[in-house]
Structure formats: C-alpha cells, structure tokens
Design a protein around this ligand. Structure first.
Ligand code: FAD
Ligand code: MG
Length: 352
C-alpha cells in the first residue's frame, strides 16, 4: 500500500508552481516579492507582481501567511483544538458558538450540498478520516467500517444557527470536513488583503488553488496552466491553458491524493452514497471564475455529480467556465470555457 508522501506532494506542488506561469523572465521576477510556506496541508505561494516592494511587500506577505495560519487554526479538521475540531468533538451534544468565518464557509458548503442533492457534503468527515487518503494513515477500510461511517453523513443534520451564531452536529460521531472548500475561501481572503495593501497584480497559489489578481505585468491576460490529470504524467505537463484577468482557477482530480491497494487506485473525493471514491468516469474538473470559495466548492461538487448532472448545474450558475476530463482522455467544455481555455496536450481531445 502506498500513498504519495507529504514531502513528495509538497515538492511536486512547488514544481507545478514554478512552471505555472509561462514566459516569465528572471529580470522581471527580480522585481517581484514572493514567499512559499507549508500551510493548510500543502505548499502555499504568494507572489506580488506589481505593487509595494521591499520591506512593505515583505510585511504584506507576513500578514498574508499569518492570515493563512489563522484560517487553519479555525477550519482545520486535521488538527486538534481548532474551532472545527471542537464542534466535531461536541457532535450529538451541545451547540457551540461559531465564528463569522466558520459560519460563512460552512454556510456555503451547505448551499452546495443542497444544490448537489448531497453529492457534496461537508459532513463527509467520518469517511475522510476512515480512508485517510493523503495522510500516513491511509488504508483500504473494511466494508463494514465504510457502512458505519456512511451512516453518519448527513448535511441536513448540520444545524447552523445564524441568529444564535452556533453550530451543532445532531448525532454523535458526526464530523465536519471543509477540505473541499476552505482553500478557496483562503485564496479570496488573501486577494482581499493584498488588494487592500495596494497590490495591483499578484498570484496566490494554495496547493494548486490559484487566484490571479489584476493583470500580468504590462497589462496582458494571465495564462494559467491546468495540469494533466494523470498520476503518471510529469508535473508541469499541461492539459491546457486558461487565460483571463482577475480570476481564480481551481481543479479537483483523481491524480494527486490517492491510495494504491490490491492493484487498485483509490482517490480522495468520496461518494456519500457508497462510501467509496466517486467513480463516474471523470478524472478532473477545473473551474475558472471570480470567486475562489465557489470555484473550490464547485470543482469538488461537479466532480461528485458527474459530467451530465454537473454540466447541467454549471449552466444555471453565472460567470462560470468548466473543463471536465474523462478517463478516455476526452475534454468537455462549458460554453464559457470555450472562450478562455485552450487545449495544449496532444494526448487529449476536445469532445464535440
Ligand atoms: P478538493 O476536491 O477541493 O477536495 C477534496 C477533499 O474534500 C477531500 O480530501 C476531503 O477532505 C473532502 N471531500 C471528499 N469527498 C467529499 C465530498 N463528497 N463532499 C465534500 N467534501 C469532500 N492535509 C493534510 O494532509 N494535512 C493537514 O494537516 C491538512 N490541513 C488542512 C487544513 C485546512 C484548513 C484545509 C482547507 C486543508 C487541509 N489539508 C490538510 C488538505 C485537505 O485535507 C484536503 O486534502 C485538501 O483540502 C484537498 O483539496 P483539493 O483541492 O486537492 O481537493
Ligand atoms: Mg474543492
């Protein structure tokens, strides 16, 4: 049984980041201020391209990474003592006071749970913990364990009380996990913080959850590479490029966090209906839009819903570009995506 190690994943993410932006010369890079650190269980990079320089830029980066750590302290399901962990521990018992931040992210997650009919579900925690995919504890659980965990998953039993500012999980053993949405929230927060600090152009990359603020130096579109959704492919191999200004690009896929057991590969996006990784023929879903919390939630939501239901939901939501890839190497674009996405890999074909 093997899982990609954290260090391996982190190094890979760094390589992906370094090769993300095409046509960036070293003299230009020297005018930028950039920092990379391990937060939110992944490598995060913030790169100020245009705006304050020197000590002022470093101070902004101090603030950005402090903000990321504060978000992790509130919203992590992986650490003890966070606000989310305390709510999980109180499952079946008391409603606990919840911060504006936690209520905002959980509220969004519940909205996508409703929109997807529960395919996306922030109460997926017991299954995420049981499988442990992406952690050192990853293993193929017994069917009975999966059934027991599955019975605890029910977004309707998450009691978010906006008037009382509390959260309660109705049944003992329930457990929230915001891993599918909180990086997007964090990217939006950093974008706001940088813009308020006078930054005109920047890249925020939280383990592949990218926000490109403003425009490229000189005013052109950002060009953001979408990774080939194949664990065998080298990092920095692109499926294609998304172009635009002030946009976020977020991908959910089967190729990064997975477990190999008994000759089979199990990825980390789980189906609340079966308790096993989602199997619907998709290997990746990329979203490009303006809001990163929505893009993060939607990349996972549309993945769990599958191509037809997912594209139908996307068509009802404004300002969204969706790129889906299936296991046969076919690439499906939403109407918006055909304007911003260019397929560059010869190994994949656009569906008609
Ligand atoms: P996404 O598609 O965006 O999300 C997939 C993740 O969502 C899964 O890993 C699972 O956590 C959850 N999920 C699975 N199925 C569903 C479903 N049907 N509905 C809703 N959610 C689902 N990783 C570590 O290894 N160690 C850490 O300490 C750690 N701390 C973290 C703290 C925070 C605050 C956050 C946001 C993430 C942290 N992570 C950590 C990473 C996290 O565990 C996820 O693996 C990661 O967020 C997955 O992001 P993604 O973009 O790859 O996939
Ligand atoms: Mg997501």
């Amino acid at each position: 049984m093997t899982t990609p190690t954290r260090r391996g994943a982190a190094f890979g993410a760094l390589l992906a980041f370094l090769s993300l932006f095409l046509g960036c010369s070293s003299s230009r890079a020297s005018a930028e201020t950039s920092r990379t650190d391990f937060v939110l269980g992944t490598l995060c990079t913030v790169r100020i391209v245009e705006g304050p320089k020197g000590a002022k830029a470093e101070k902004l980066l101090d603030g950005a990474f402090a903000r990321l750590r504060a978000i992790e302290e509130r919203l992590s399901a992986n650490k003890e003592g966070t606000e989310l962990a305390r709510i999980n521990e109180a499952a079946g018992r008391a409603a606990l006071p919840a911060s504006d931040e936690l209520r905002l992210v959980l509220g969004k997650a519940l909205e996508y749970a409703r929109l997807s009919g529960g395919a996306f579900d922030p109460s997926i925690g017991p299954l995420v913990k049981l499988w442990g995919i992406g952690s050192d504890a990853a293993r193929l659980p017994a069917r009975s364990e999966i059934e027991a965990a599955r019975r605890l998953i029910d977004w309707r039993a998450v009691e978010l009380d906006e008037a009382a500012k509390t959260v309660r999980l109705a049944r003992p053993g329930m457990r929230l996990d915001l891993g599918a949405i909180a990086k997007g929230y964090a990217a939006d927060e950093l974008k706001r913080l940088l813009a308020a600090g006078g930054v005109k152009a920047a890249i925020v990359d939280l383990g592949g959850n990218v926000y490109a603020l403003g425009a490229k130096r000189g005013g052109g579109n950002w060009r953001i590479g979408v990774q080939v959704p194949d664990p065998q492919a080298g990092r920095g191999e692109y499926l294609g490029i998304v172009e635009g200004l002030d946009m976020t690009v977020v991908t959910s896929g089967v190729y990064e966090r997975f477990l190999e057991a008994g000759g089979k590969r199990y990825h980390h996006i789980l189906d609340p209906a079966t308790g096993y990784p989602v199997e619907n023929g998709l290997v990746s879903v990329t979203i490009a839009t303006g809001s990163s919390i929505d893009a993060d939630a939607l990349s996972t939501t549309l993945f769990t819903m599958g191509r037809e239901r997912g594209m139908a939901l996307a068509a009802k939501l404004p300002g969204l570009s969706v790129v889906m890839v299936d296991a046969a190497g076919k690439v499906y674009l939403s109407p918006g995506a055909s304007k911003v996405f260019t397929l560059t890999s010869a190994a994949y074909t656009l569906a008609d």
